[in-house]
Design a protein. Sequence first.
Lengths: 205, 205
Amino acid sequence: MSPAAPVEPKQSLTADAWAEAALEVIAQSGFDAVAVEPLARRLGVTKGSFYWHFENRDALLCAALERWERAETDDIVARIGPEPDPYQRIVKLFKAANASYRAGRLYLAIAAAEDKPMVQSFVRRVSERRMQYLFECYRALGFSEASAAHWARFAYATFMGNLQIGRDTPELMPTGAEFSEYVKLMIKVLIPREAPPDDDGDPPA
Amino acid sequence: MSPAAPVEPKQSLTADAWAEAALEVIAQSGFDAVAVEPLARRLGVTKGSFYWHFENRDALLCAALERWERAETDDIVARIGPEPDPYQRIVKLFKAANASYRAGRLYLAIAAAEDKPMVQSFVRRVSERRMQYLFECYRALGFSEASAAHWARFAYATFMGNLQIGRDTPELMPTGAEFSEYVKLMIKVLIPREAPPDDDGDPPA
DNA sequence: GTCTATCCATACGCTTGCGTATGGGGCAAG
DNA sequence: CTTGCCCCATACGCAAGCGTATGGATAGAC
């Protein structure tokens, strides 16, 4: 019932602080739940502060989305950047995908608001970048263009689906050792070490 | 700009018509977009009609969710019910999963509103029922309890992720023959005909 | 000390949507 | 014709949230 944690503004609020708070609300209650006045109460200030830092509500949402996109891009290169083996890169992606619960909720919440045109472009870029990264991993493993695209889509769909399951039915997502087995199974299946010899293999061109 | 299609109410409106219209709005604009007065305008009537059929807005949302759950349950048994082969049952599930675009959007939109306690139980039941169905398919294929749970979760995650990709980045989801190849690849990978002999196989107990 | 820019509070008007109260039109029963 | 019921329209009060206008407070510049 109490409005989360009405922190006192120890010093001047920055625009990034507003954007970060907006992302927090999005992760918790969805994109449409971002309102100026409740957010101000949450930060211990009033609207007067907000409309000094931002033009209007849409400007805040845009700033939050930019911050989100930047964080996603930084993560994908920072957490698994210096890894020469493409196999291990995909493995690390799997681990990282299920690592940050908040990041997963954020993606699902933002993607669920794709009817707003502003959101659509951000989600597209982030999603395309991730699948592109996976695509290059499979290419580096020796897959053809066509099969790499299929496997990258396949693997990415599994990422997304696991996020969804973890959010909607967390009791069906195992923990501990059983979860490790589950991840191991998916990695083993989604990263065939040698390309399959038949139709879905990798023809030279 | 125009409010969709303001149909004239040829005869008496039923509660189911309101629920169906609510589902349409959910699929198009998300769960929070369901408002009484816009919905009434959409149906060519006023609030006076609504509050005769329903106690309040929550009652409409509940009715819509019940209608959704019923439709999902009917679909899963009607579209692939009389199929003895568990392998073909999973294959049909894959086809059906990507068949109805609207059903996919509906699931994603409703699941994205799981912060509302009312929604959560519905999503849980539908999702658990689907995974249970998949689980039984894998069991019928000879998988152990543990591995069947893993493969069912794996396959369901892939379903969900493909829905998400098709909604967020439809240009990355192939069409026509290439889509068929994609589906064939997933089926081949997600339904190993003979259970693998090693660790993730199916020990007798 | 004064001045100015920065950051925020307060107060107001406006719109949208929820819920209620009340009345009215249509239609079948009597 | 009148009565009663079903379905809906109209009108109202209320709350929440957006955006604006304006003033106040604080801190550094000079």
